[in-house]
Each structure stands twice: as C-alpha cells, then as structure tokens.
Design a protein around this ligand. Sequence first.
Ligand code: AGP
Length: 610
Amino acid sequence: MCGIVGAIAHRTVTPVLLEGLKRLEYRGYDSAGIAVLDQDHTLLRTRRIGKILELEAALQQAPLVGRIGIAHTRWATHGVPSERNAHPHVCRERVAVVHNGIVENYEALRGELQAKGYEFTSETDTEVIAHQIDVFLEQGLPLLKAVQATCGVLRGAFAIGVISSAHPRELVAARQGSPLVVGLGDSENYIASDVFALVAETQRFLFLEDGDTAVLTTDGVEIYDAAGAAVERPVHETRIAADAVERGEYRHYMQKEIHEQAIAVEKTLDGRYQGERLLDEAFGDTAAAIFDQVRNVQIVACGTSYHAGMVARYWMEEIAGVPCQVEVASEFRYRRHVVQPGTLFVTISQSGETADTLAALKQARLIGYTHTLAICNVPESSLVRESELALMTRAGPEIGVASTKAFTTQLTALLLLVIAIGKRNGISKEREVAIVRELHRLPSQIEQVLRLEPEIVKWAENFGDKKDALYLGRGMHYPVAMEGALKLKEISYIHAEAYPAGELKHGPLALIDDQMPVIAVAPNNELLEKLKSNLQEVQARGGELYVFADVNAPLESMAGVKLLRVAEVNDVLAPIIYTIPLQLLAYHVALIKGTDVDQPRNLAKSVTVE
Ligand code: AGP
C-alpha cells in the first residue's frame, strides 16, 4: 500500500505534496513524510508518526520550502510504524526516496550495502533503494541511469519517486508492479499513486507501464520503457472532479457513502439500457461478440469485492444458467487451474489497484483465459487498463476504508453482466424485462431501507460491550452475512464471523451463549422456513437474535427475537437491499466503540501489496 506524491515546479511544492498526501491517506495512515530540495539544493526532510495532520502541524511550525519534492503516507510492511521507518528515506543527505510496494530481496541487498559501508537507520525494505541509487551515483551515472540500474537489481513490486541534491532539477520515478501516474501541469509536473491525488492541480495524466522510468523537469516529462528506450505514453484527461470528496453534513465518509447508495446505483444503471433492454456496448465495443462465446464464468476478487462475486455466482447459475466459480485472488494466483474453454475471466475491484487481483488477472492471461472483464469503480485504474472489457460501477470516490457503495454498485453491475450473458443462454425477454424493471425501482427501495437507521442506532447500543458476533444467512444471503461480518470487524474491531445458517449445527452452535449476538438476514424466500429452524436452534441455546426480516416473513411467533422489518423486495435484488442495514449496524456500533471509522487501525483502502 502506501501513497506517494512528488512535484517539480517554479513555486514551492509543499502545498501540492500535502494536498496530494491528504487525498492518498486512504492508502495508509500510520506515518507520513516529505522531503524537498531548498534553493541551495540542500535536502530537507520532515517525518511524523500518525496521520497527515501531524505532518501538517509539524510543517506549520517549521515550513519546508523547495521547488522540487517527494512525499509519502505509509502503511507499514517492513518495520513498525515509527518516525525512523517513515518515508522519505535518504542516503548521505544526497538521495531521497519514497516507495510503494515491497522489495523482496532487500535483505541480500542490505548485506551487500552494509559491506560497502552504508549505514541503515530504519527497518524498512525501502532504505536499500536510496543507498543503491547512491552507489550508482558514486560510479558517475546520472540520476535517471542510477535509478534504472537500481530497478535492475530490485526484485518485487515497487513504484518510487527519487530526488537528489546532485541533480536538483530532476524528479525521477519508476514503476514495476505498483501504480504510478504522471500529472502534467503548466511548467510543473507531478507523480502520484493515483490520479485523485493530483486532480486539484491537473486533469492531464500519463500512466506509466510496468518497467517504465520517467524524468520530470519543469519543461516536460521523458519516459523510458523497461529496455531503456524512450517511449511516448498517451495523455489521458480525467473527469474526476477536485471537490468530489467533501464530507458535507455527514460525520464520516462511511456514513455519507452509505447514504449515497441510491444515487450511486442510479448512476450505475444510467444509459445502460435502451427501453428495457440491456445494451451490450456498456461493457465495451467487442462485448457482444465475446459474450456470444461465454460458456463459463470465473470471478476473482478480494474482500468486499469477493463477497459481491459470491452473490453473482448465485445469480449467474440461477438466472443465466451459466456455470460460475468465485475465488479469492490471493488463492487463485498460487494454484494450478483447469481452464474451461469459453470462460470469461471476471475481476471485481473498487480501486482497480488491488495487487492480488491484478496479479490474478496477469496469471489468468498466462494460463489461457482468453477473455477478461473488470467490474471497477476507477476508470483510470490498472485493472481497467489491463482488461479486455470493463463495466464501470460509477459509485464515485469511496473514501471510507470500509467499502459500502462500492459493494452495492458492484452487485448492480454484476446483475447487468448476468443479464447480458443470460440473454444468450435462454433467459426470456420477459424475465429480462422484469429484472430490469426491478432494477429501476432499486434506488427508491434503497432510500426506504435507509430509513431504518434510527432503529438500528438503538440496536447498536447493545453491541458496545460485545467481543464476538455471528452473522447468518442462507443462499445468496450467506455472502451478504459475510459482508455484514466484515463491516463489523473492520470498523468496530468486534470479532465477527458469518455462516450459512444450515452449517450452524456442524460446529458454530457451540459458541452460542447469552454473550453472543447473532445477526440474521431473513428475506421472505423459499429458504425462510429452513432459516427459521436455524434461528430456533440459536434461541433454544440462549443466543440473542437480531433479525432483518421481510415485512411479510412470519417470524412473530419467535418470542424474544429482535426484529427489524424490511419492505418487500424482489428476491433477485434482495442481497443489495439487505446489505444496507448491516452496513448501518456496523457503522453505529463503531461510533459507540469510538473507533476511527473511516481509517480503522491496521488497514488501508487500496491494498497494493501482496
Ligand atoms: C472492504 O470493506 C475492505 N476494506 C476490503 O475488503 C476491500 O474490499 C478489498 O481490499 C478489495 O479492494 P478492491 O475492491 O479495491 O479490490
């Protein structure tokens, strides 16, 4: 993870770097730092443990002034969060480096560099990069060549930004496996981990490819590929607005994002239909021909996006009648596969930069999956650029680390994919039109379920002293339960697990006592009676039951059960609706626990390391 930003200009760059760091804070927030070259080309550095605000306060006390600089917000991989492990890392007051990724051979390099007399002041893998560049500068190489030579000895994934007092008019960057963009300004240029970091400065970007190095000056940008040859990368204009991330009246981004879901889903659907028929072109120009060949679907994703994939598997098999497998990306990439002919390889990712998902996509291509499609929220992301087809979820920037609107828009987008494939596999026009009609009602149903918030606030009060919680669902509501449990654990730090309700008697029932709240999702579907029996098993053992149930589900007879009624919703769309009260519950429990809701401990929004 980690976020990096760099700038070279005819004005002091500290405000640009700080603003960029604030916009990248979702990538890590355990420490932050900045380094600039002042007018005498002296390397100045300030680092602080904690959030960007701490760094900002330090810079207010002692400003750093320079027209070239780099900055970093950290999510610790090697070495505890501390000031000495914070980036930028420097070598002999001559080279400063910020790094996102992991240098896998850092121990061997560290040994070699120590033997040459280099002293290490941190436990990080990054520090070897600074010293290694210095070794090559000592040999007389210019900064670009020294960085290129260094990249040649590094193993692993990295995006780096480098400045040197010996070359004060050049900012050098390199990308290998971790994201890095170049922003083009007016007589000033920038680098950052994503476009969003720089949209306050520019809308024009170049995307570096793996193996690329770049030299930025105030006059322009030169890019070299892995072989060292000068290359041109196309300029992209972003449509991301600089002010798209205001928190407004809400206390947290997560709360805002939960409440944005109706609008977000509306945007996901917008323009994807002509009348009541889905347009294949929404997935890309070649989608129709590719979908004609699909006989099987393999979905790969991580975390919340994986849960969306799990719901989609039920839809794909039940509605489209096409076999579908779903796997966590970090597992997919490290095992052997039997590739079924006619398989569409689908990745799901909010950020489009998740390292495991990207690696799984690369792996998939290598082993013979011919057609790839990304469901993603960031059009400029690596995943979208590296996939053959893409469907944008259009959720808008999601800042809270806990994914909310990304999930419900992913589900909406996945349902569109299911219809597109189902159309070719016997799904009737009537069924398609019926689902589409329901999809159009979805935003208003989301608004309706959000009105349960005051009741959920009251429920949340019972969770303040809880250590564990169990979530239950059946069928396509099992992944919904998983998503609810993930939300609770990541922002309230309460241990939560999800089970398909029928599995309870095979072990987890042993956990039930009066200290274990059990949260169940009970839409009025064909599995309700079965679920009811499972809930009775919990009740008989003194478990405290919290049930989100359809307004018509006959559950009144279950005395002592806490019930919140959800308005009637179509079976297919129910997973989208039932997720929302679970998000709200997690949010309000976290408020009671007093945790850092938008930036929970140990996590980061975009997981760009393995
Ligand atoms: C969700 O609340 C998480 N913070 C996390 O599981 C996330 O969904 C996962 O890291 C995948 O991210 P992506 O969608 O950006 O690939």
